[in-house]
Design a protein around this ligand. Sequence first.
Ligand code: ZN
Length: 365
Amino acid sequence: MSDRMTHIERVVNSLQNKPVDRITAYPIACGVQRRLLSTPTTYAEWCSDPRKYAEAFVAGQRAMDYDFAIGLMDLSVCAGDYGAGVRFDEQNTPFVVDPVVKSPQDYETKFANMPNPKKGRSGVITEGTKIFVDKIGKEVITAGFLEGPLLILTQSAGAEKVFMDMYNHRSAVHKALADITRFDAAMVEEFGNAKPAGLVWDYLWGSYSCLGDKEYEEFEAKYARELNALTQEKGMAFCIHNCADLPHLDTQIKAFKPAIYSMAWYPLIPGSPSAKETIMKGYADNCLVAGNIDPQAFVRFSTEKIEKTTMNLLQEVKTAMCAKGLHSRYCVASGCEVPPALATKLENIKAVVDTTKKYGQIECN
Ligand SMILES: [Zn+2]
């Protein structure tokens, strides 16, 4: 069946749980879209030039016809701007090789001066977001993407180190988190100027495999609340991405109340919430939940297999939504970013969107 609503109409209705012509679709394809540019562009070039960064989102929209455009880059953007050594491979996701924090004192001193949100890769992502919002913001729902304070800290110091220092050097860790929260707030201001419809926060440490409720509250939630409120104050819908295996859904969906929550699913991990469980437990009652195709499926699966996977997810979601009396509060998405590697099959990204167009209609009996 062909679409009867525009992308924006469909998303707006989904956010309000109103009927839609079909469920929304958004495989989180970001860096991989550089491969759609007319000039050959490496990942390293794409992620350091706001124009190339933005053009890839425009090219991706033209090729795939998504319902959203979310400006995710990678998780070493902010750590790099704080001075971490980042390794850039030509065609893959950059990563931190030389952390900022080497001693407990570093928590107190290294984050005191915040990076300039207009410079470095923070500047690439904020300026690049503005460019793609200007180009396609009237066609699709756009959003910026920003790492939460605890994620920036673990990227800057190493996760294992931070998790130990939470106990051994508690006040120093809090000093770093408070400083990083000021930087995140400055980034929210800058994203606000770019005027995307929403801002997606990566709060991936809200995960029961890493932190309990009490620790999450102390080391992220209390900082996050302030940033969540600021996001809305600056005119952007507040959204969360968390691809953890055991996400803190009560805190991050029920208490934080995001407009959109993007999540993954790990079928082999007991307790990892499937789409059906997430919907049946009420997490989609007031939030547009996005999930949960394994990102590796875009590399490994045949087109036929990813079509089948998408059809199964659609069936699961429709059955659960009808049982819950919901009309449209799910987005067929990947659980995390589609790998930006050269091995990723672009045709599989298109297949997820096209299968949702074909089979994403909901009619409850
Ligand atoms: Zn993720």
